[in-house]
Design a protein around this ligand. Structure first.
Ligand SMILES: NC(=O)c1ccc[n+]([C@@H]2O[C@H](COP(=O)([O-])OP(=O)(O)OC[C@H]3O[C@@H](n4cnc5c(N)ncnc54)[C@H](O)[C@@H]3O)[C@@H](O)[C@H]2O)c1
Length: 443
């Protein structure tokens, strides 16, 4: 009776893993120890699991093993004791997979220059995992990606082992929603959506996250879970595109867009404020929607909102450039040869991440037009720009600039001092709300 013995075997594999997860004796692996992976590894270690982080970067693995955090949301005071107590360790050696019971994949999913998905990180992580694959593993992909990736890309790679998903191993997608620098919502208290390739996979994934995170939200498939993340980020990208277009309109009509948004936000229903800015930044909002538009193109649907919002958001650095140029012209200074100082280069306030930051585009645009650029950013001591490294300057240097541009509204800046000392300020973030001065030019 082979069916019966297979069923017993399947129950045993699932039950064994459930038992290990419930007793927190399951050995947890996190592949990719970046902004997403390291906080996740810390949460599971704090929940009492033994966690192994695997990263291709030996430097990152070494730093984790020293308890030396390189992610703003992971304080050393939390990381170090977990490392010292043996709850968390890191390696660049994938053979560690042999001893693991669960694996979360948190590797990058950037775009190629052509705006096509770059799946090479997911591919290579899965190939490495496949080498050491064994029965009883729960694998969860967390990297943001197009709908279908888990079933069409990851499942075939892991199934080459001959093992069966939902019986011999368990495979899910669970989107990561971490918001770096958010003091209220972090890995542990952001609800976690989970979709498995089978019902048993979803249940296993939910059981796993429930040990360390406060809320788990099961959905019916991996595709739904993948699409959830793309809906969330596309929603943000398009609404930011809309409000950026409203800002361009307001500028033309000499209306203060910030005042408009604040007043609109008093409506207690049916409106959610989004704010304009110098352009999109970070590893998510400028990138993820293009994973969706790439996939839907194959289904014959043009993602027109995404393309349009991408275009408008992409114009914002040029709009800020024209603001700087006009402000200098009004002060009888040509842009060429002027000293332009940036306050902030990170892609958003109070964090150190400069990936896709609009500051990078804007610095280059200004340099190409002959401006001399410099920057202050307490979170970014050095900045790689076009093959060079710029060093952050103290805020005091802003007083000597012909024009200061507030690109990132870090809380650490002394805005009152800036308004007193600077000659001319282009404020792209409404950081100077409440200050009245003829030298302030707002977006
Ligand atoms: N940063 C965010 O705010 C955020 C939020 C939600 C979702 N995400 C998504 O999560 C995923 C990870 O993003 P991140 O910001 O943590 O990226 P990251 O670049 O900070 O970290 C990724 C890590 O993976 C490592 N890595 C690369 N290839 C690897 C491989 N083959 N094997 C093992 N390690 C490998 C890198 O060395 C790096 O340490 C992306 O898909 C991203 O879109 C990010």
């Amino acid at each position: 009776m082979p069916e019966v013995s297979t069923a017993i075997q399947a129950r045993t594999t699932a039950e064994n893993l459930q038992e290990k997860i419930r007793s927190r004796s399951a050995r947890v692996g996190i592949v990719g120890l970046g902004y997403v992976g390291l906080p996740l590894a810390v949460e599971f270690a704090r929940a009492g699991f033994e966690v192994t982080g695997i990263d291709v970067s030996q430097t990152k693995a070494d730093r984790v093993n020293l308890g030396d955090s390189y992610v703003g949301d992971v304080p050393e005071a939390i990381l170090k004791p977990l490392v010292e107590s043996g709850k968390l360790r890191a390696t660049s050696d994938f053979s560690a997979v042999r001893d693991l019971d669960t694996i979360n994949i948190c590797v990058p999913t950037p775009l190629r220059k052509t705006k096509d998905p770059d799946m090479s990180f997911i591919d290579s992580a899965c190939q490495e995992i496949a080498q050491y694959f064994h029965p009883g593993l729960l694998v969860i992909l967390e990297s943001t990606t197009y709908p279908g990736t888990t079933d069409e890309v990851v499942l075939p790679m892991l199934s080459k082992s001959g093992l069966k998903a939902g019986e011999d191993f368990f495979l899910c997608f669970s989107p990561e929603r971490v918001d770096p620098g958010n003091p209220k919502f972090q890995t542990a208290n952001i609800p976690k959506v989970v979709g498995g390739v089978t019902k048993a996979c979803t249940e296993m994934g939910c059981l796993f996250y429930a040990q360390a995170l406060e809320h788990v939200v099961p959905v019916s498939s991996t595709q739904v879970a993948e699409m959830v993340k793309l809906l969330e980020n596309t929603f943000r990208m398009i609404n930011i595109g809309l409000v950026n277009e409203i800002a361009l309109m307001c500028d033309r009509m000499a209306i203060n867009v910030w005042e408009v948004i604040d007043a609109a936000a008093t409506k207690p229903f049916g409106f959610m404020p989004f704010y304009p800015g110098p352009g999109l930044g970070g590893h998510c909002i400028p990138i993820d929607p293009f994973y969706l538009s790439w996939k839907t193109k194959q289904a014959g649907i043009e993602a027109r909102f995404i393309e349009l919002a991408g275009y408008i958001n992409g114009q914002m650095p040029h709009f800020v450039l024209s603001k700087v140029q006009n402000a200098l012209n009004d002060a009888a200074k040509p842009l060429k040869g002027s000293r332009v100082h940036f306050m902030g280069v990170a892609y958003k306030r109070n964090i150190e991440d400069v990936r896709e930051s609009p500051a990078l585009d804007l610095l280059l645009l200004l340099e190409q037009r002959g401006a001399q650029v410099s920057y202050s950013d307490p979170h970014v001591p050095a900045l790689r720009l076009d093959g060079r490294v710029l060093q952050a300057e103290p805020q005091a240097i802003a007083a000597a600039a012909d024009c200061v541009v507030i690109v990132t509204d870090h809380a650490a800046f002394d805005y009152a001092g800036l308004v007193r000392q600077a000659k001319l300020i282009v404020d792209t973030r409404n950081a100077l709300k409440g200050f009245e001065s003829g030298k302030i030019v707002r977006l």
